[in-house]
Design a protein around this ligand. Structure first.
Ligand code: GLN
Length: 265
């Protein structure tokens, strides 16, 4: 009998930019390949769904307009989401989703869209859009994510993340939100090519579209391992998959990022 995990996909109609849905497909397939049944629940505005039986939540990126459409509904779920995040709920939030898991996103028109403050950070639109291929090094930061005591067998096969960014927002991390990693190539949180993303407990935010997980399978497995441990209190024994296609995509994205010019318009 396969073990089961449940993923709640927030606002798939309004918050899904640059292929973010590929993250859901990756988690679904990688769970299937590990004989884990992943149930996907879509949460749309006004859907009344509790999170007690949910193991992973996902919120994709969105244009300013999309963020405004869902902000009030997300705010109405803030306490429930934060309560479960404190208990180790795994979350992956991309760009506009990452911004609204912070305190707020202030648009270029000075309109402040409220966030739910899972992450101790805030975002303000800069004068230019930050667009381009990104390479992130998580070697140092990942040491904080994985409680090695509970995961003696799980060793991430890689520590680089590749993806694509397109955002006006510049995100400032507070003391209680650690960066996902260091920028090797690209603009990152503040456009200064220093840090990218944010981490709080098992909640992860990133500007990396692309989508993120297909080209970074080790990170998908990391999220699955965290969710599995929280649900079953044992380390998941992931067997080795043939990731040759994923790794060649990762390598191609690395090469593209290393040779491309970053554009800010
Ligand atoms: N609207 C937000 C910004 O421009 C987020 C964009 C996105 O999700 N790609 O920063």
């Amino acid at each position: 009998m396969n073990k089961k995990l449940t993923l709640a996909h927030f606002y798939p109609d309004n918050m899904n930019l640059y292929g973010d849905l590929g993250n859901i497909v990756t988690l679904l397939k990688r769970c299937q390949w590990q004989n884990i049944d992943l149930e996907i629940i879509e949460i749309k505005k006004t859907d009344k769904i509790g999170l007690k039986n949910v193991d992973i939540i996902f919120l994709g990126g969105g244009q300013d307009q999309g963020q405004k459409i869902i902000a009030d509904d997300l705010l109405s779920r803030a306490d429930m989401i934060k309560e479960e995040i404190e208990k180790g709920l795994v979350a992956l939030t991309i760009c506009g989703g990452f911004q609204l898991f912070g305190k707020y996103f202030q648009t270029a028109e000075n309109e402040r869209i409220p966030g739910i403050s899972v992450f101790d950070c805030y975002t303000t639109a800069g004068q230019k859009r930050l667009i381009g291929n990104v390479i992130v090094d998580t070697e140092q930061s990942a040491k904080e994510w994985l409680p090695t005591a509970e995961f003696p067998h799980y060793k991430p096969s890689r520590t680089t993340l590749v993806g694509f960014e397109n955002h006006s927002g510049q995100t400032i991390l507070g003391d209680n939100c650690r960066p996902l990693g260091k920028i090797i190539k690209g603009f990152g949180n503040q456009g200064d090519s220093k840090h990218e993303g944010g981490v709080y407990k098992n909640a992860f935010g990133t500007y990396l579209h692309g989508s993120l997980l297909p080209k970074n399978p080790w990170f998908a497995d990391h999220l699955i391992a965290l969710a599995y441990f929280r649900r079953y209190s044992v380390e998941v024994m992931l067997h080795e998959l043939d990731d040759s296609v994923e790794i060649s995509a990762h390598e191609a994205a690395l090469l593209r990022a290393e040779t491309a010019k970053t554009v800010s318009i």
